[in-house]
Structure formats: structure tokens, C-alpha cells
Design a protein around this ligand. Sequence first.
Ligand code: BES
Ligand code: ZN
Ligand code: ZN
Length: 521
Amino acid sequence: MHDEAVTIKLSDKDPREFSGDLLVYLVEEDIPHLASDVAGVIHRVLQQVWTTGDFKGSKEQTLLFYPGLMAQDNEGPVQAKRVLLAGLGKQDDAINIRREQLRLTGGTIAKQAGIVKAKEVLVVLPKDFLLDAAEIAQCLTEGLLLGNYRFEIHKTLKEESDKPSRVERFFFHDGGLASGAVRKGLQRGRVLAEAACAARDMANQPGNHWTPAAFAEYAKKICKKSQLKCKVLDKSAMQKLGMGGILGVNQGSALPPQLVILEYQTEKKNPTILLVGKGLTFDSGGISLKPPAGMEDMKYDMCGGAAVLTAMQVLSETEVSGVNVVALIPATENLSGSAALKPGDVIRHFGGKTSEIINTDAEGRLILADALAYGIATYAPEAVVDLATLTGAVIIGLGHHYTGLLANNDLLATRLTEAGAQVGEPMWRLPLGPEYRKQIDSRVADIKNAGSDRSAGTITAACYLQEFVGETPWAHLDIAGTAWDFTEKSYIPKGPSGTGVRTLVACLSQWKSLKTTDKKL
Ligand code: BES
Ligand code: ZN
Ligand code: ZN
């Protein structure tokens, strides 16, 4: 959605010759030296601020200076307009912390670059940071590009200078690291960050711009440019298939529903994983109308769909092997038009299960149920992962810091938790069980779509979904708290975070069959 793409490349230029806006060196806490051939002026500044104690490389600490003012006669000047020293913090034993340190530093650099309106930035990679070169480049790239994200398309600018500034060109200097590995990591980081930014764009777009049809159009567009296959089931196809959940939620809206299907196919012998993402492009609550304060945030109710869609983009761009992946995005609005679903109505889901509607605001589970049942019946996947901004209750329980994870399979739950920890998207598992399932027993239908009270709201929502997955290993990620206003960090702005994209890719790109060590709950 951005007009011009931000570029990021490896450069073989000597940093002294770089004449752009900002030259950046990364400094580890308490290690007062940089790459050996650093220009004299930079070396002197570092010694000075180290002695005064003004800068010691601690986490997210920065120091900006103007080398042109300080060069001595006997040394070649540094061409860059400004130099930034950026602190990495103390080197930690835990590899996931080191990855996060690099992403945070990348975000901090982007932020500082924004403050001085730098357009062209060269970052010298840290040679002695204990991670392999590709990972250093990947994590920094993610931090830089995610931190450089802006969403500005709906503001009329009076002057060009009103435009929130962002970097247009990033360069890396390998700092002595193997350049092949740096290139590979940079590429991977770029694809991941661009996908997460695309997911943020979809979420930032209001409901009158990002509609169910927009999901379908975007999916078709990415399929044209890649090996992904795309199918879109329209309303009449859904009617034939008996998808009473999606159709029911759609009844109050003037826009037709869409079930977007993307397939990433590798070898036949590889297992198939099914992804399902909630694509509710606006959730008013329907007849069980939400209170007006903050209702505008419900344009974000499609973040699960956005994560799944853009993760597919990454799988194909990075040519992940060893796994086939199918993504389903049920997309509709939840409004209260005259034909809207009403409390007390009974619907029939794909596969025949009936459901009594207690609260039309518990609509996410209705559209996901059809998609889960249809996806499992059609693709017989080895495992299913769904992502949804499903319950306000997960925010009460975990705040905006952890995604809620519920699963019928321990191994799948562990894999997702580890993938999340790797990429800085933490998850916390909640239980499932018959005592919770009882809360959605209905007197008039097979189940009801909400419990009689608000207790364990995240779990009862997951129990509803569990009814539609049978024995297939399944995990549900409730991202209501983390899809937007996720723990604010240098590379995660307020608003939509793009959460889920990097976790899904991390999990799927190292996929091993669950079958050998299958553990059921
Ligand atoms: N989209 C909401 C969940 C949500 C709430 C996401 C707040 C982000 C912030 C979902 O469709 C919903 O309204 N759920 C209800 C379920 C209830 C009626 C059983 C909820 O959580 O209140
Ligand atoms: Zn709702
Ligand atoms: Zn919703």
C-alpha cells in the first residue's frame, strides 16, 4: 500500500566514504571498541563518551554526533552527515534474547533516523555479536523495517514537511561478517518485515477500504506473482456447502462474504498444514451491539486473516520446503442490517452441527467453525493453526503482552510457543477441558455460541472451535491483545503489530511431522 518501497541492501563501500544522512555503529554494553578500522573521529568520540560515562552501549541507548565538526587535519574526514552509536545492551546467554536485542536496536535506529529525517542510512554490522551472520542481518533488518513503518495515506498534507519521515534507503556494511550469509539473512528479514508491514497496512485501513472483497483481491494479486494458488468461495458456493456460520454473520451486512483459500504446494509426500485466520473486516457486534466508545478499533478484527495471508506470501517468497500449506480466510462484516442474525436464532454449520446464537457479538467463532470444518474435510491436514482476535477476555487475562494459546496437542503447542519466543511474539497456554465445554451446552441446539456468564471467555470460545476440528492436532491463537497495541517497542508502534506472521513462518519453515511423537491432551 506504500507508494515507494523502502530498499535495503548490502554495500561494499568503506563506511568512511558513505556520504548519506546517517552512519550507524552498534556498540555492545561495556565493550568500548568498534570494528578495528573505524575512522579516527568516531574512535575518539567513543573513548570520550565512555570516559565521561555518557554512553556505554546499554540497551536502546544512542548517541548522535556530527563528524564534520570534529575531524582533525591529519585524518581523512567521515563523509556521512551524522554518526549514530546505538547500544545493543549486554550480550546474553539466551539466543532468543540476542535476536531480540538486534530487532530492538534496528527499531531504535529507525526511530532516531526518523527524528533527524534521514533518508539514507548505512549500518555497520557488529562482528563479535554471538549469532551467525545471517541471523544478525535478518534480525536487524526486521527491526529496521518494522521500526521504519508509517501509515499515512489518509492524511491530506498541507506541506511536504508534514509528512512523517521515514528512511528510504538502508545499507549494511558487513563489518567483517561473511557477505553471502549477510545477504541471505537480509533477504529473509526483508521479506518477513514487508509481510508484517503489509498485514499492518490491511489492519490500519478502515472498514470501508479493507473489505471482504479486498482480502480476495489481495490474495489473487499475490498469487499472480508467485507459485501460490488462489480460490475464492463466494456466497452461492457457501450456500451450497451449508456454511451457516459465515452466512449467518454476513446477514446483517450489505457486502457479500468471501472465503479466501490459498494453497502453497511443495511435494505431495510432505504433510499439509492448515492455517485459518479470522477476517472480520468490521465487528459492530451485530444486534448485540457493542458500546460506541472505541468501536472504531473493531476495524482490526481481521488481523488473524491478514497474518495468515501475508505468512503465505513469505512461504512462497522464501521457498520453504518440507511442508504444504493451505490458508483459509473467512471474511465478512458483522453488522446489524434488517436481515441480521438475532439472539435465539439457530444456525447450521458446515458438516451439520447446529448452534444457538446467544450473542451475535460472538461471531468470530461462527465464521471460523465453518472454515475449520471445511478445511479439515477438504485437505485432511496433519495440523491446523487458527489465528483470531477472538475475545476481549484474553486481554483481561494476558493484557497486550502475550498471545493466548489453546491446543488439543502438546507438541504443536510447544512448537508454536518456541517459534513465538524465537521471533519476539510470546504466547501463554490456557487449558481446555470438559468442565469448560459444558458452559456452551445448549438446550435447543448442539451447542451455543456463548456461555451464560463471562467466566473463562477465551477458553469457552476455544471450546467452540474445538467442536469443529475432531481429532486433528489443532492450536488456536487468540491475538485480540497482541494484534494491536502489542507491548510497545522500538519496532512495534501503537496500532496494529502484524503479529503472527513471523511466528507462523518460523514454525512452518522448520516443520517436522507431528506423527512420530504425537501427544494428545
Ligand atoms: N472481536 C471481538 C473480540 C475483541 C474484543 C477483540 C476486544 C479485540 C478487542 C469478538 O468478536 C467479540 O466481540 N467477542 C466477545 C464474545 C462474547 C460476546 C462472548 C467478547 O469478547 O466480548
Ligand atoms: Zn464480536
Ligand atoms: Zn469479532
